[in-house]
Write a protein that binds this ligand. Sequence first.
Ligand SMILES: NC(=O)c1ccc[n+]([C@@H]2O[C@H](COP(=O)([O-])OP(=O)(O)OC[C@H]3O[C@@H](n4cnc5c(N)ncnc54)[C@H](O)[C@@H]3O)[C@@H](O)[C@H]2O)c1
Length: 319
Amino acid sequence: MSRPERILVTGAAGFIGSTLTEQLLDEGRRVVGFDSFDDFYAEEEKLRNLEAASRRAEFRLVRGDIRDAAAVSKALAEHRIDGVVHLAALAGVRPSLERPALYADVNVNGTSVVLEQSVRHGSPKVVMASSSSVYGERSDGPFREDDRVDRPISPYAATKKACELVAHGFHHAHGIGVVCARIFTAYGPRQRPDLAIRKFADRMRRGESIPVFGDGSAQRDFTYVSDLVAGLVAALDAEPAFRVLNFGGGRTVSVLEMIRTLERELAVSARIDWLPRQTGDVTKTWADISLARETLGYSPATPFEEGIARFAAWLRSVR
Ligand SMILES: NC(=O)c1ccc[n+]([C@@H]2O[C@H](COP(=O)([O-])OP(=O)(O)OC[C@H]3O[C@@H](n4cnc5c(N)ncnc54)[C@H](O)[C@@H]3O)[C@@H](O)[C@H]2O)c1
């Protein structure tokens, strides 16, 4: 099968979506970015994410909500889309505790709409964002795709698992190829302001203390955004099939190690506010990436220290 050339990217104005959009444009593909510019963080920041893409003739931006079937249908038909990367969602574990029904509506209903319209318009392939949070609370690892994932510990994680189930239903009923990308904490330039690395860095640069929930020993498998994007593109170009794949960096870093790395890069020392562990936060994420490696040649190459250095350089360039 030839590689998709006209791609709909939902959530294109976001952190991962805007980085992916630029990569696809650099490869000579056309991209239709579909985004509602929801108020989870500032529209100004999302518009800045899309500045470079917006200067390219092969890029179109559609403002729309993934729950609006007519809007999704129109974007697919008008631009003769042949591949979809579905990243639009309400992200973030903690805010999902406050607005669980809205998370379910946007993430699960929205994903159903994107899949239904993709089927109707004959798009053979959808790559969609799932999350490491589906693995729930575990102290072992690395996590494999065939591990048990029916005990999410937050509404957000539950919606991501539900999306995988919905995708399998569509694949089975309609033969559409869907890759569910279980993303392990992505970081790098444009990282979302609510995510720990970005939040800590912003506060440290302003001389403010940083809130650490728990004792700092929680571990995360961090994925540098360009490595993740390379994996998402490889998933888009692969033979259509139903696949669930881990996209991680393949090693763990503790919260304290992460803070020390930020201190070195930003040349400031952190003042830590120690706070109780939060409901919904898992102790550990750690990806077994061998299946993505075998299936797609996925090979994250950016060491954590280097990724943080690039992130810090970006931060200095924007403020
Ligand atoms: N960043 C991570 O570490 C991470 C980890 C696991 C999974 N994910 C998933 O990857 C995807 C992208 O995450 P991100 O970090 O780039 O988030 P982001 O918030 O930066 O991007 C999401 C984009 O989706 C848009 N959006 C939200 N609701 C919408 C709707 N109803 N209709 C259309 N657009 C809508 C937002 O405006 C935003 O621009 C999400 O599905 C997220 O759950 C991210």
